[in-house]
Write a protein that binds this ligand. Structure first.
Ligand SMILES: [Mn+2]
Length: 353
């Protein structure tokens, strides 16, 4: 953990910034192993201070690593307290991560003599390269998610409703030790499977349906992401053609992935395949995204991405074809990038049609 703070300090030194004030709860967790901090003030040298509201003070004192914990008591103004600390330590330049506009304006107003900079991308440059511990947690999250999919394949049959399937998958993952879900479960059947982010509803699954099942367990704060599409009953020619196209596109992308590859080229490899099969206009999203403490984070695998894949990135590869009124197919895995190749962390069968 302190290794992460050391790297943060190297960034501060190279960017010539005296300190960074971190607001994003996942960023705070990344550096302190504690969820529930309010702000983390990390100077280029000297002690890091974690400001916490008194409701989380005792928990923070017990759990937060590498920081001095400073309570914000009832009736105390958080901003004023933090600004006072910034002034007291002689900080003349301050980096920020992700904050809202109102808060940014308050900081500008409250720290008039301090130069403010964004260090959001610099912090992502750390977070997108997973360390050994993170990879172990993500493997576990992926394993729990794969178990959830096993359950889904067992129970998603004609006559079951989307919400029942969603509930049973989540219960299964939870029973096995998941700390929660990484995002709202997607169970979209029949024509609704053409909506990539469709959630789930009351629809009863019927024979002839495509059913898109997109799920993710969380473990120790780390997310996972897995999609399979089921075909209920006997598949039609068109369903088979679409399904094969998507599965082949995913395979084409994964086979090219390794450290040093352009993320946009990986998207292009999958997209080219789908375009060649005549479904280009129905692949309406990027090929994939980074996964970690957030479900969507850098690097991005899309046509406009400027990211270069590097060893220990964890990303999804999730081509899809969505035909309004007909239905959709998506196949997705969470993938670990290595020096010479890429491996799936999630595991679930792909239909052999
Ligand atoms: Mn995804």
């Amino acid at each position: 953990m302190s290794n992460r703070l050391e790297k943060l300090r190297e960034i501060l030194a190279s960017e010539n910034v005296d300190a960074v004030l971190i607001s994003d709860e996942k960023n705070i967790f990344y550096f302190t192993e504690f969820f529930g901090g309010f702000r983390l003030l990390a100077p280029v040298d000297g002690e890091c201070i974690l400001f916490v509201h008194s409701v989380n003070y005792e928990a923070a004192r017990e759990q937060a690593k590498n920081v001095k914990v400073e309570p914000i008591r009832i009736g105390e103004k958080a901003d004023a307290k933090i600004f006072e600390e910034v002034n007291r330590s002689g900080i003349k330049s301050l980096g920020l991560d992700r904050i809202g506009a109102a808060e940014y304006l308050r900081i500008k107003e409250g720290l008039k003599d301090v130069r403010i900079e964004s260090l959001d991308n610099a912090i992502w440059s750390l977070r997108k390269v997973k360390d050994e511990n993170e990879i172990a947690f993500m493997r576990k999250a992926a394993e729990l998610t794969s178990k959830g999919m096993e359950k889904a394949i067992e129970i998603a049959r004609a006559g079951r409703r989307e919400y029942e399937v969603a509930a049973e998958i989540e219960f299964e993952m939870h029973k096995l030790g998941s700390n929660g879900i990484a995002f709202d479960t997607i169970i979209c059947s029949g024509p609704d499977s053409a909506f990539p982010h469709g959630g789930w509803g009351e629809r009863e699954i019927r024979s002839g349906d495509l059913v898109v099942i997109d799920i993710g367990a969380k473990y120790r704060g780390y997310c996972s992401d897995l999609t399979r599409t089921l075909i209920i009953g006997t598949p039609s020619e068109k369903q088979i053609h679409i399904y094969r196209t998507v599965a082949e596109a995913q395979k084409a992308a994964i086979s090219r992935m390794k450290s040093g590859e352009k993320a946009s080229e990986i998207d292009a490899a999958a997209r080219r395949h789908i375009v060649e099969r005549g479904y280009g206009e129905y692949f309406v999203h990027s090929l994939g995204h980074g996964v970690g403490l957030d479900i969507h984070e850098p690097p991005s695998l899309g046509p406009l991405s400027e990211d270069i894949l590097s060893s220990c990135n964890v990303v999804t590869v999730e081509p899809g074809i969505y035909i309004p009124g007909f239905g959709g197919v998506r196949v997705e895995d969470t993938i670990l990038i290595r020096e010479e190749d890429a491996v799936k962390l999630t595991d679930a069968p792909i239909l052999q049609l």
